[in-house]
Design a protein around this ligand. Structure first.
Ligand SMILES: *[C@@H]1O[C@H](CO)[C@@H](O)[C@H](O)[C@H]1NC(C)=O
Ligand SMILES: *[C@@H]1O[C@H](CO)[C@@H](O)[C@H](O)[C@H]1NC(C)=O
Ligand SMILES: *[C@@H]1O[C@H](CO)[C@@H](O)[C@H](O)[C@H]1NC(C)=O
Ligand SMILES: *[C@@H]1O[C@H](CO)[C@@H](O)[C@H](O)[C@H]1NC(C)=O
Ligand SMILES: *[C@@H]1O[C@H](CO)[C@@H](O)[C@H](O)[C@H]1NC(C)=O
Ligand SMILES: *[C@@H]1O[C@H](CO)[C@@H](O)[C@H](O)[C@H]1NC(C)=O
Length: 349
């Protein structure tokens, strides 16, 4: 009995010391386990999802954002990092076995590849003889038939789709998410990336091209919208591994410029050139900062003048196609107005 109360007293003191530490560094209140290790709880980012049969990795949350420790410094200070796991279903924590299928790379644990039995809670413990701190994260290994797919011909992906917007007619480069993780840990040859779009029914010939691991879009067209999949293949500890990621590419309109040129013969009178949008001058449209105008003289010969006015529509939106853009000119002799009709540029069939 005496020993037990002693033990409890020691724990209370230790807890007080560590609570002070928590106040200094911020974060969730740590708890002290019976072994005297500071338990920082579970990483808040949600479970790491990996597709069964694909390569995956777990990064010790003590070193990830917001990081508490720096792996390089911890390593050079002689701290050791140990991994334990509590498999789903049976609640016993056990050391993660070293095997050909599970390997370590600095603060990461690699699943090469993941299998359904890897699902569970993983804890990494950083310690030396006088210090110990640990944190956990959850891993969920998804069978391919449980991954969300929008059509049956698409590859299964366990990780959330990244979205990117590309202005129409402009160029863009698509990078496969997390490719650098494979590149960082790949041995010998470089990681290989295979891109697909529309279930591989389209080839990357017209205006699109794969260069190294990246997919270049030279001219964005609306037919290039949709889901892209990249499959990364690499070799690690002698094993050929792969993982798949997805990108949702949307086309957006960018800037549209309309040029109006007015010719004013010399008649010794005042002159004017201006734009209206749906019958309103840009002053009247004040507050709609998407419209702006720049004027300049194009030519001036013995009193005859040619004046340019460029209407810029920033962040062009589909409804801007239906607006009425008029350029008007006026001098003492009269007034002229012309309407500009906008159409979507033709897409290759
Ligand atoms: C960790 O520390 C090393 C040297 O002490 C530094 O070069 C590195 O940038 C640090 N890493 C992070 C993620 O802060
Ligand atoms: C998962 O573990 C069970 C029991 O240890 C074993 O029978 C099964 O083959 C394992 N499944 C995989 C995919 O490794
Ligand atoms: C253990 O690590 C702590 C914190 O990094 C450090 O203050 C202490 O000196 C280390 N102890 C030994 C014996 O290396
Ligand atoms: C891709 O993004 C568009 C919006 O830009 C959205 O309507 C569509 O549902 C997304 N598709 C997928 C599969 O996420
Ligand atoms: C131009 O018009 C102004 C007044 O409108 C007049 O004073 C001036 O004499 C005119 N010049 C010529 C060259 O006609
Ligand atoms: C715009 O110009 C067209 C002629 O090109 C004209 O019929 C129309 O009335 C003009 N609209 C406005 C608001 O001035």
């Amino acid at each position: 009995m005496k020993t037990v109360s002693h033990h409890v007293l020691r724990l209370c003191r230790a807890s007080f010391v560590f609570t002070l530490l928590f106040l200094l560094v911020g974060g969730t209140p740590p708890a002290v386990s019976h072994s005297g290790c500071l338990d920082r709880g579970e990483s808040s980012g949600g479970a790491v999802r990996v597709l069964e049969g694909e390569a995956g990795w777990l990064s010790c949350p003590l070193f990830s954002h917001p990081s508490i420790y720096n792996f390089t410094s911890a390593q050079s200070a002689g701290h050791t990092l140990l991994w334990h796991r509590t498999p789903q279903g049976h609640g016993l924590q056990q050391p993660v076995p070293d095997s050909w299928r599970i390997s370590r790379d600095e603060e990461r644990l690699w699943l090469q590849p993941a299998n359904g039995n890897d699902t569970g809670r993983y804890t990494c413990t950083l310690s030396n003889s006088s210090f110990c701190s640990r944190m956990s994260l959850r891993l969920r290994v998804l069978p391919p038939d449980r991954a969300v797919r929008s059509s049956a011909c698409e590859p299964a992906v366990a990780v959330a789709t990244q979205s990117i917007s590309v202005p129409l007619q402009s160029d863009a480069v698509l990078d496969c998410p997390e490719l650098q993780e494979a590149q960082r840990s790949a041995e010998e040859e470089e990681a290989q990336v295979t891109w697909s779009h529309l279930c591989g029914r389209t080839s990357f010939t017209l205006y699109r091209e794969q260069k190294g691991g990246r997919l270049q879009i030279h001219v964005m067209l609306s037919s290039f919208e949709g889901l892209y999949f990249c499959r990364v293949q690499f070799r690690r500890t002698g094993r050929l591994l792969h993982f798949t990621r997805s990108l949702n590419v949307s086309a957006i309109y960018s800037e549209v410029s309309l040029l109006c040129r007015g010719s004013f013969p010399f008649i010794n009178s005042s002159w004017e050139i201006w734009w209206t949008v749906d019958g309103k001058t840009l002053d009247q449209l004040a507050g709609q900062h998407r419209f702006s105008r720049a004027d300049r003289q194009e030519r001036y010969v013995h009193g005859d003048r040619w004046e340019d006015s460029v209407l810029r529509i920033h962040d062009f939106q589909p409804q801007d196609l239906n607006r009425e853009y008029n350029c008007s000119v006026r001098n003492d002799r009269g007034f002229e107005t012309r309407r500009v009709r906008l159409e979507l540029e033709g897409e290759p069939l």
